[in-house]
Design a protein around this ligand. Structure first.
Ligand code: ASP
Ligand code: MG
Length: 442
């Protein structure tokens, strides 16, 4: 390109980079055992023909186990040693089946992660629960990304392992790190893009970030999808593929419904609505960064990688498939002023501030003259302090063990069928969405 002015060369390089980079995300189920890791390798071989960032989650149910570990450590509930041994066993069993050479460097690498974990656990907790949670729970992603990277390299799929904490920068809201877009974007352009150009394949972690004081944060459970979207946004990727154990976005969770249907196309708007109401197929924060740069998101099956899956992008026709989103283990709070005054703006603002203070997400709300009802997850970590605080200002009644059913594109027969034998505590409908907070009638 000798005869071209520099701006043209830059434009060419910029357009090239925009055209070719992509981001893959593999969740816990896709790396849960040795065969799954082998399958990831074959997908990468087949589908990562252009510079690709691979974002991985912790293996199988590792994050839940690490949560148990944090509780054992912080609250002295359960045995730290036992849980740690289980985690170590699980990862080394996978290693043994992936690397027949017992001297492979990965064995030491993984051993070192556990040694550091032991050191951290030997000290008494000196920070908040959430702070310790993030330092410990984040190790699940470190372990899995190291194993996947080493396995790919051993199979001749050359790649570079990168620590996501050097790119995704957050504030210090532990367990719900707020991402600094500017700084993270700059770091992605400085560190990630050159690595990608050099190695073609970069393996990194979902779910975790770093603070300016070099502590680790996490982005909220199931946050790896969000990491993949952020990275795609920062590097102007041409697409994101989330590889899952389902054929795509389904119209209901197969855990609760038979005869689920795959939805072929969704707009970003449809996808935001579905995830907002709690469809667990994609993390709710994933869509916005992609929509802002018009980056298509594909949700595909890692078991049938050649099949089309679901495509989320603008220009798709809107989704008219009836979809069901079911949330269990909800609590319905009914909040009333102690003096029987009306629920008015001032009360509402106190209530919202308290929900925000304890990071309790409101799934549905309804108000009447003297009471305000809110449905939220019954997570004792959040609900107990929230209730105590609310009770300082209000009289609070609550119903536990309730379920929230959201039906998109509903019709009366479906609503009737799904509420059969249930007591409906509150109900709300708009043009496309019908929601019910229900309890079993027995
Ligand atoms: N491993 C984390 C979790 O299970 C993040 C993720 O899977 O997306 O919540
Ligand atoms: Mg996971």
């Amino acid at each position: 390109m000798k005869n071209h002015p520099p701006w043209m060369v830059f434009l060419f390089l910029y357009l090239c980079s925009k055209l070719i980079m992509q981001v893959f995300k593999f969740g816990g189920a896709s790396v849960k055992d040795p065969d799954s890791v082998k399958n990831v390798c074959s997908i990468v071989k087949q589908f990562a023909r252009e510079p690709t960032v691979v974002v991985v989650s912790a293996m199988g149910k590792t994050t839940n186990k690490l949560e148990e570990l944090v509780n054992a450590y912080f609250y002295r509930k359960g045995s730290v040693d036992e849980i740690l041994a289980e985690l170590k066993n699980y990862h080394f069993e996978i290693l043994k089946q992936l690397f027949s050479d017992a001297k492979a460097a990965i064995y030491d690498d993984i051993e070192n992660v556990f040694v550091e974990l032991i050191w951290a656990l030997e000290e008494d907790p000196s920070f908040s629960y959430n702070h310790h949670y993030d330092q410990l729970v984040s190790q699940g992603e470190i372990l899995s990304s190291k194993i996947v990277s080493a396995y790919l390299n051993a199979q001749g799929v050359q790649n570079k392992w990168m620590d996501a904490r050097g790119i995704i920068q957050t504030d210090n809201s532990y367990r719900e790190g707020k991402v600094d877009y500017e700084l993270s974007g700059r770091l992605a352009r400085q560190e990630l893009i050159p690595a990608l150009q050099k190695h073609q394949l970069v393996i990194t972690q979902g779910f975790i970030g770093g603070t300016s004081e070099n502590y680790t944060t996490t982005l909220g459970r199931e946050g790896s999808d969000y990491t993949a979207a952020l990275i795609a946004y920062f590097i102007d990727a041409k697409q994101v593929i989330i590889w899952k154990d389902v054929p795509g976005v389904l119209n209901a969770d197969p855990k609760y419904f038979k005869n689920t249907k795959k939805i072929d196309d969704l707009t970003y708007h449809d996808a935001i609505e579905l995830t907002y109401y709690g469809a667990s197929v994609i993390h709710p924060k994933t869509i916005k960064p992609l929509q802002n740069k018009n980056i298509p998101l594909h949700v595909k099956s890692f078991l049938k990688p050649a099949e089309a899956g679901t495509t989320i992008k603008d220009g798709n026709k809107g989704n008219s498939v009836t979809s069901y989103i079911f949330k269990e283990n909800q609590i319905l709070l009914s909040i009333q002023p102690k003096d029987f005054s009306f629920i008015a703006e001032e009360n509402l603002s106190t209530i919202f501030n308290l929900f925000s203070k304890y990071n309790a997400h409101i799934h549905m709300m309804q108000n009447s003259a003297i009471s305000f009802s809110v449905c939220t997850d019954n997570d004792p970590q959040k609900i107990e302090p929230l209730l105590a605080d609310l009770q300082q200002h209000f009289k609070v009644l609550y119903n536990t063990g309730v379920q929230l059913m959201t039906i998109r594109n509903y019709d009366p027969e479906t609503v009737a069928r799904l509420s059969e034998n249930k007591i409906i505590l509150i109900e709300q409908r708009s043009r496309h969405t019908h929601q019910m907070v229900m309890k079993s009638s027995d």
